[in-house]
Design a protein around this ligand. Structure first.
Ligand code: TPP
Ligand code: MG
Length: 348
């Protein structure tokens, strides 16, 4: 039996306005979702051209969940997005050419040509780069929330994790501590129903991952992760509640991972009818239809947005290709902190 609240879909333009988005914001959300998918589709081409070292991960099917949550964050809030959350980077304002540069290990990528292609974030935009070990970023986000509390800053930390990662101890430790201290943190579960080839019934025994929130002393919500407006509304509620001192929320965004775990995996183990069923709820197509039915998006507006995104991506790939490989002399830059540069009291 479900314990978490199961969120309703968002209906009218009026309801969306009440949740804080005007028509221009809605078109921006649509644009961000298109850019997100476009960056990953073009990244896939670069990979097949042999220009991307290592493997390559995409978040196809997760565009609404990632863009919806990031749209609800405040400028000074921080987040720890993962390998399915390109939409968070795009919505926070990372320029796509820097993402292509990152993919190709170039000097202008957010990590200046170091680390894996999705292990990135621009800290100037309030994002902390992931490490591979899942879900090691949850305690980091909880630590940020504790710092905000101690410094009396009106900021919220947003922490992403996959449903597979929810089986590991860091999830428990992070959520328990956040619940005990009622910290300003929102946990976002990207539940794409697979952890590599492991299906959900072999990952957790509750109906929803969000059902666990109750045992940590905070609210759990399950939302359709293909409905960008419902995700936005639930994330906004949770973030503002955290900011107002109401403690954490676990928001579970339910989607299907629409491709393999990474490009080397053809997802042969996912039943075909599952893909067919979820393809009917493609998040971008779904929002496009909503905009046309509810916000009078015209053919001209749509064409202009689509053409603008295409131009942006083409120009971004060209610019990224001009970015140099990192200078080997910079190999250790940024790896170790220089204590005298830190402003923490114990380093003075
Ligand atoms: C502690 C740890 N174990 C194993 C891995 C290898 N690994 C990377 S992604 C992944 C699947 C994670 O599944 P989930 O948390 O559902 O995220 P998804 O990839 O489905 O978005 C695994 C097993 C890892 N990165 N960290
Ligand atoms: Mg998963």
């Amino acid at each position: 039996m479900a314990i978490a609240r199961e969120a309703e879909p968002v209906g009218s333009l009026k309801e969306v306005r009440e949740a804080g988005l005007d028509r221009e914001d809605l078109l921006d959300v649509y644009r961000n979702m298109l850019v997100t998918r476009g960056v990953e589709e073009r990244g896939h081409i670069l990979y097949r051209q042999g220009k991307i070292p290592g493997s390559f991960y995409t978040g196809r099917g997760n565009e609404a969940a990632a863009v919806g949550v990031a749209t609800a964050m405040g400028t000074d809030d921080v987040g720890t997005p993962l390998h399915r959350d390109m939409g968070v980077h795009i919505t926070r304002g990372v320029e796509p050419w820097r993402i292509f540069a990152q993919y190709m290990g170039r000097a202008d990528g957010p990590t200046k040509g170091k680390d894996g292609n999705v292990h990135m974030a621009d800290s100037n935009l309030g994002l902390l780069a992931m490490v591979s070990h899942l879900p090691a970023m949850l305690p980091v986000a909880v630590g940020c929330a504790l710092a905000f509390r101690i410094r009396e800053e009106s900021r919220v930390a947003v922490a992403w994790f996959g449903e597979g990662a929810s089986a590991r101890g860091d999830t428990h430790e992070g959520m328990n501590f956040a619940g005990v201290r009622q910290l300003p943190v929102v946990f976002i579960c990207d539940n794409n129903q697979w952890a590599y080839s492991t299906p959900t019934h072999l990952q957790y025994a509750t109906e929803h991952v969000a059902d666990r929130a109750q045992s940590y002393g905070f609210e759990g919500v399950v939302v359709d992760g293909t409905d960008v407006l419902a995700v936005y509304r639930e994330a906004k509620r949770a973030i503002e509640k955290a900011r107002a001192g109401g403690g954490p929320t676990l928001v579970e965004c339910l989607t299907l991972r629409m491709e393999g775990h990474a490009v080397h995996d053809d997802a042969f183990y996912v039943p075909k009818d599952m893909f067919e069923e979820w393809a009917k709820n493609d998040p971008i197509e779904r929002f496009r239809t909503w905009l046309r039915d509810n916000a009078d998006m015209s053919d001209e507006e749509e064409d202009e947005i689509t053409a603008g995104v295409k131009r942006l991506l083409t120009e971004s790939m060209r610019r990224a290709d001009e970015s140099p490989m990192p200078d080997p002399a910079t190999l250790l830059d940024g790896v170790y902190a220089t204590p005298e540069d830190l402003d923490t009291p114990h380093h003075k």
